[in-house]
Design a protein around this ligand. Structure first.
Ligand SMILES: *Cc1c(COP(=O)(O)O)cnc(C)c1O
Length: 356
């Protein structure tokens, strides 16, 4: 039985009391070959690490199991975070499991409804703030510094440790044959964690060649790409709507040490990639996750990615969390209970004339 990432990769984690691990059996997510898109892009071997199948629907669970396990073992009674949505959903769930109080500060009106519903139902105290993510993060850092509540944003070092398990898994799944790793970049913790994870495996002799790291920010929230803070970040990809990433330096180091890139993609490219993933591969991700595919498509068109290379794209979150990208009115017209009428519609669509 799979018992979560701490049990699986305990050689890499310093967890003493195995009785007191707080887990929701996160991790072990599938690596799905994207044959259709790979062919479309000239024959690259594209693999999708579908992190939307973690227990709360995003990769944040990998870090949260570590952060909350450590918080409990250190005697903490409450956790706090700022969140664009998925961190709050994950923190709230692990707090529920552990019996801790959980406080989440969210940027007002800027978080997807599915994520908000999760945090509320898991029983967190949700505190909307009239400001953006960076403002909310500043406040929770100040409060956590007083020592009464444990901060579980990715500046908590245990978060990034746990998130390294994503890299361990893709190495195990591909037997180390990874040329490129493509990943969305928001607060820049995940790209840093993957790079650290690959280096761990390399050092342990489980990975021969380190992959090249490819990070993608949204055009309206691209501080690392443009090397400046974005005071008012804006993008449909709310999970990466961050203007001053906490792990900025680590992400730049991952990029440079791996001889990789961090580039930007537009909201239109992100939404097109999201649609393509759903309609060609059967995988529904949230907009931020699609940035990794938008980036692969862009680099492929520029001739950067060659045929036969193994590329892993991390699909960070489940599309069901944020269905607002689809307007039902545009897609749903109700028909009468009339077989003939519906048959005509379907056969016309099939390009057939069997309906006469
Ligand atoms: C948190 C998150 C990101 C960004 O990850 P960082 O570690 O902040 O760079 C991307 N996509 C989704 C779905 C997320 O929840």
């Amino acid at each position: 039985m799979w018992n979560g990432i701490i049990a699986k990769y305990k050689d890499f984690f310093d967890i003493k009391d195995e009785e007191k691990i707080i887990t929701l059996n996160e991790g072990n997510t599938p690596l799905i070959p994207a044959k259709n898109i790979g062919e479309m892009l000239g024959g690259i071997n594209l693999y999708l690490k579908y992190e939307g199948l973690n227990t709360t629907g995003s990769f944040k669970d990998r870090g949260m199991t570590m952060a909350v396990t450590k918080a409990v073992q250190e005697g903490s009674r409450a956790i706090i975070c700022a969140s664009t949505g998925n961190t709050s959903a994950s923190a709230a769930a692990y707090a529920a499991k552990a019996g801790l109080k959980c406080y989440v500060l969210i940027p007002n009106n800027k978080i997807a409804l599915g994520k908000l519903a999760q945090a509320i139902l898991y029983g967190a105290e949700v505190i909307p703030v009239e400001g953006n993510f960076d403002d909310a993060l500043r406040i929770v850092r100040e409060i956590a510094a007083e020592g009464k509540v444990t901060l579980v944003n990715s500046i908590n070092p245990y978060r990034l440790l746990g998130q390294r398990s994503g890299a361990y898994e893709v190495c195990d799944q591909l037997e180390g044959k990874i040329d490129y790793l493509s990943i969305p970049v928001g607060n820049a913790g995940n790209i840093s964690a993957y790079w650290a994870g690959f280096k761990d495996y390399h050092k342990a002799g489980k990975l021969e060649k380190l992959p090249v790291m490819l990070g993608f920010q949204a055009e309206g929230a691209a501080p690392i790409v443009e090397d400046r803070i974005f005071e008012e970040p804006e993008t449909v990809a709310t999970a990466i709507r961050i203007g001053n990433p906490a792990s900025w330096d680590k992400a730049v180091a991952a990029r440079d040490e791996s001889k990789g890139l961090i580039q930007k993609v537009t909201d239109i490219e992100i939404l097109e990639a999201q649609k393509l993933l759903a309609s060609r591969e059967g995988i529904f991700v949230e907009p931020a996750s699609a940035a990794s595919i938008a980036g692969v498509m862009k680099l492929s068109k520029e001739g950067y990615l060659q045929k036969g290379k193994n590329i892993v794209a991390v699909l960070t979150g489940n599309g069901l969390k944020d269905p607002s990208v689809v307007s039902p009115e545009k897609h749903i017209k109700t028909y009468g209970v009339k077989t003939e009428e519906i048959k005509t519609l379907i056969y016309r669509s099939l390009g057939s004339d069997q309906n006469d």
